[in-house]
Structures are given as C-alpha cells and as structure tokens.
Design a protein around this ligand. Structure first.
Ligand code: G4P
Length: 546
C-alpha cells in the first residue's frame, strides 16, 4: 500500500452492469446474517454447533466450540482462553442451508461483557435471543436485548434446554412480554413439559414433529412429522395440552405477525434442546423463511446504498494475535453492497487511500480459507489490515461512509504502567495500537501523566486481553491498577475544572479528545446532577448516536 496515492476511483473499469446488479440482488436476497445473544451458559456454543451440524457444515458436534473433554476448540486463539475453556473472540461461520447462505456471527461467550459483543451487533440483520428454560431472562440477555432494540434489530426468541426440568412455557412467554415488552409469537410449542421434551406442535402447519434422541447428541436427531389427527395417538395428553395452550395463544393474539417481527415489536419463538439437537431444523427453517435478508444501508450523509449498488463494507471488528505462530491482525468487514472480488483495490473511506484486498479470508473457527468472492451480508476477514479500525468503511467507485460504531459507556477503569522501563517506546506504541483497535478506550489526564494512561472498558475481560497482548505481542508488559470509578459521562471543557474539584470524580481526556468525567458510583453521579442541574453531562452512547 502506498501512502501518497489518494484515489476515489481505484478500479475505474468496474462500474456495475445490469445483469451483474441482478446477480448481486439475488445473492443478497439469499443471505441471512445473524448473531445469537444470550447470558453465559444458556447454550449459545452448543446451539452454534447444532446449527452447523444440521446445515452439514460440520460432521460432528464439538468441532466449533470444544468444551473440556471434547475436541479442540476452534476459536481458542489465546492461551488464556484455553486455560479457561471459554471463547473470547468472534468467529464468523458461514454455511449453506436450503437455498440460503447463513452467516452466523459469534459473540463472545464469557460472563464478562465487552464492547466486541456490541460491535458484532452492528453487523447483523437479525438476532436470536437464546433463553435457558429454567432461568428465563437473565441480566446479560436483557442488556443485549436493549442493544438490539436500540438498533432496531429483529429478534427470534429460542427457549433452550427444554429437555431439562424448567418453567412452564406460558409463564416464560408472559415474562418476556411483561419484562421487556416484546410480544412472543410462538411458531412451535413444546409437546411434553420441560424435562420431558417429546417434540413440538408446529403452529404454522398444525402437525406434530416428534424428535428422537441420538447418542450423546452428537448427530442430527431424527424427526417424524405426524399429522394432527394422529398426534394424540402418538403423544397422548401431552399433545392435547400443547393444542389447548396453542389455542390460548391464538386467542391472545400471539400468532406470527411479520410487520411486528420486522419492526422489533413481536418475536417469533421456538423451543429447542441444543444439546439433543431438538428443534434446530425448525430454527434454520425460520431463519430462511422469515429472517430479513440484507437491506440497503444508509451513509452518514443520509445517502442510501442499495445492496446491488457499488461495493461497500463496514469493519465491525479488528482482531490480533489469533495465531501465536504468526502475529497477524484480521479486520472483519461486513459487506453491505455489491460484489467483493479478492485482489481488487478498494478505497478506505476515512483516509481516502487505496486498500488492497489480496489477503481476504473467510474464517470458520481456526480453519481459514482464502475467500475469492463475497456478497451483501457476508463477512470478509482481511489479514494484514494494519490501517483498518472498527467503524471504518471500504468502498468501490462511488464514495460512501457508514456511521461509526458508538463507543459505549465504560464501567471499569484501570491505570496501565509499563513494568519494564527499557520498553518505553514499545509501551507507547502498544497503547496506541490497542486504542485504535478498540481493545480498550484510553484516557489520559495531566495529573496522571503520559506514563500512566487509564484503560476504560465495558467489561474487565477487555483489560486481560489488553495486558496479554502488551506482554506477548508488543513486548512491553504492563501492570494494571484498578481505579474506584464505575460511571463515565461526557463533560463540556468549560466545566472540567469545576468537575475535577468534586469528591469522587475525575476528569480525563479520551484519545479522540472527548472529555470524560468519572464518578465512583451511579449514586454519586445522581447526587451531583441533582445538586448541579446547570452542569450538562452527556451519556456516551447517546453522544455517539446523536
Ligand atoms: P454458552 O455458550 O451460552 O455459554 O453455553 P454452552 O453452549 O457452553 O452450554 C452451557 C452448558 O449447558 C453446557 O454444559 C451445555 O452442554 C449445556 N447445554 C446447552 N444446551 C443444552 C440443552 O439444550 N440441554 C441441556 N440439558 N444442556 C444444554 P456444561 O456441563 O457446561 O458443558 P458440557 O460438558 O456439557 O459441554
């Protein structure tokens, strides 16, 4: 890549033609790009495997996210993850199903909350909200649901682990409706209570789908489709109960409604046992039949780029150190419009410089394959992409720039100090790199000095990732000292001095120049706002969105 060549017309001979547009539109229409949102342990990894297994993308469950005792984990890219048996990073899985191509963007699966999860949600057209049948809505599910709602992402709800004792189905439906105001419209209804999962009533067709267990849930569970008039003979009173409850739901207005789903007001709902592979085919069918395909995207200036317009893509994640043998860095970009052809030269919207795509990859767990072509909805992994940052746009021919990713309000803060004074230069460079990649937000203040930047994060796991990378990849180990702050707000420059005089508050400058004031507790913040209504403090998400 040359630094001095600035161009908007990197490939002048690639103007789209009519038939090419039609092909792009057709390919876009068959893409389904989604993520699973859930609280840890609800079964996201198990469901991911089950989906890939059903779509024949893998031959045996356990290949994608191996747990202890299973086959090697594919997305374990750091020793740290291996030791804990968790997956921190996002992996993009792509597989064909029926006439469609499914892109499943995996979100980090640990108890901690990180900005990566939010970033992944900027790249999907739909989300599957996975709920543990025994636990109902849990804190992280709620947080992620709010992000989806805020972004207008349609949600399919899946109640998982129905093979285990859990709550009543109708009670779970009520909880979703009452606590988050999302109206569930069940497409399947369980035959058999939680803990005795025999099959489902397919509410759209009226028949009984009976499941059969397989050894260890390692292979696809056989299913029989039994007509309604024979279902009682097959399932007895469990069938009758399912029919009665389904009729109650219909009387309550809980039947599938397309407009409500697409507008985020209602949610198609299914019951599964990901571990036994029950109900997984039905979820894939719903994704294909009901989930929205990629749609036109809107640039910062309000221009609308249809999926069959010239190529454009949005970088939603940058990940380094995936392979400890090759210190590489991959930028993941979601295609919004046009066709991607490996090797062509695109334009990097924020700098106007050309970007060569020689090293495009598709990433399926650890198995990376060279990617030659991609369509709207697909995810491209761009290796050696040192210049790309989350929130960047790449385009061809006609310029476009998509809105940046909101930077979320950090809730954890730690001072970073280099532990090896001879690595001063590496320390500075490393901090800058982590900041640009969005691993952590970096704050500074005159009071603390340049040698003691403050890391700010949505979840503390981001600190561990940062410290690990500083030590292993950058070669400048750091120590982290937690600070007693929990909340950050944006403050106007003229109020900074006054704020700094407050007890339990401190003003710092983020690397993009924004001034943040940190408070020890939400309660302190509230008290301050009550006592000083004339000082205007803005929340971070609102600032980024507005
Ligand atoms: P996560 O990614 O959302 O964190 O959840 P994960 O898939 O790792 O599943 C968490 C635990 O729940 C795992 O058990 C998994 O086997 C189990 N599980 C997932 N789906 C179902 C289901 O439908 N039914 C039942 N009964 N269990 C389910 P584990 O003991 O932590 O691990 P493992 O040794 O079983 O793999």
């Amino acid at each position: 890549m040359t630094d001095n060549a600035v161009t908007d017309t990197a490939t002048p001979d690639t103007a789209a033609t009519g038939p090419a547009d039609a092909r792009v539109a057709a390919e876009a229409a068959r893409r389904r790009t989604f993520a699973v949102i859930s609280h840890p342990d609800a079964g996201k990894s198990t469901l991911t495997e089950a989906l890939a297994l059903h779509a024949r993308a893998i031959t045996e469950a356990g290949a994608v996210h191996g747990k202890a005792g299973r086959r090697a984990t594919v997305s374990d890219w750091m020793e740290m993850e291996k030791a804990r048996g968790i997956s921190i990073t996002s992996t993009a899985l792509q597989f064909p199903y029926r006439d469609c191509v499914i892109n499943l963007l995996d979100t980090p699966g640990h108890a901690d909350f990180s900005e990566d999860t939010y970033r992944v949600l900027t790249a999907v057209d739909c989300a599957v909200m996975l709920i543990d049948a025994a636990k109902g809505l849990e804190p992280q599910t709620l947080k992620l649901f709010q992000v989806c709602k805020h972004r207008g992402i349609p949600i399919i709800t899946v109640i998982n682990k129905w093979d285990r004792p859990g709550r009543y189905a109708l009670e779970l439906i009520d909880e979703i409706q009452e606590r988050i105001g999302l109206r569930p419209t069940p497409l399947t209804w369980p035959v058999g209570i939680a803990g005795d999962f025999k099959g489902v009533l397919d509410r759209r067709r009226g028949n009984y789908i009976r499941f059969t267990r397989t050894a260890g849930g390692a292979t696809v569970a056989p299913e029989e489709h039994i007509p309604a008039d024979e279902a009682h003979a097959a399932a007895g009173v469990d069938w009758d109960t399912a029919v009665e409850e389904s009729e109650l739901l219909s009387a309550d207005g809980s039947d599938y409604d397309r407009d409500g789903f697409l507008s985020g007001e209602s949610s198609p709902l299914l019951f599964t046992s990901a571990a036994l592979n029950f109900g997984v085919n039905q979820l894939l069918d719903v994704l294909v039949e009901l989930a929205p395909p990629p749609d036109a995207a809107t640039g910062i200036d309000g221009t609308v780029r249809p999926t069959d317009g010239p190529f454009s893509a949005f970088v939603f994640k940058v990940q380094a150190g995936m392979d400890s043998a090759h210190r590489d860095r991959i930028a993941y970009a979601r295609v919004y419009s046009g066709t991607f052809e490996r090797g062509e030269v695109l334009t990097h919207a924020s700098t106007g410089k050309p970007f060569v795509t020689k090293y495009a990859q598709s990433v399926f767990g650890q198995q990376r394959a060279t990617l030659d072509t991609a369509w709207p909805g697909d995810v491209i992994g761009l290796a050696n992409a040192a210049v790309l940052r989350p929130g960047d746009t790449l385009y061809r021919d006609v310029p476009v720039q998509y809105p940046p990713i909101p930077s979320f309000s950090p809730e954890h803060f730690s001072v970073a100090r280099g532990t090896d004074p001879s690595k001063h230069k590496q320390f500075r460079r490393g901090i800058e790199q982590l900041d640009q990649e969005g691993v952590v937000q970096v704050l500074r203040s005159d009071r603390r000095g340049d040698q003691a930047p403050v890391f700010a994060a949505v979840g503390p796991m981001q600190f561990e990732v940062a410290a690990h990378r500083m030590a292993t990849e950058i070669g400048a180990p750091i120590s982290l000292e937690p600070l007693p702050y929990q909340v950050a707000r944006i403050v106007e420059p003229e109020d900074a001095e006054f704020m700094n005089k407050q007890v339990s508050a401190e003003v710092m400058t983020r690397s993009d120049g924004v001034l943040l004031v940190l408070f020890s507790t939400p309660w302190r913040l509230q008290g301050f706002q009550r006592d000083n209504p004339e000082i205007k403090l803005r929340s971070l998400v609102a600032a980024a969105d507005g």
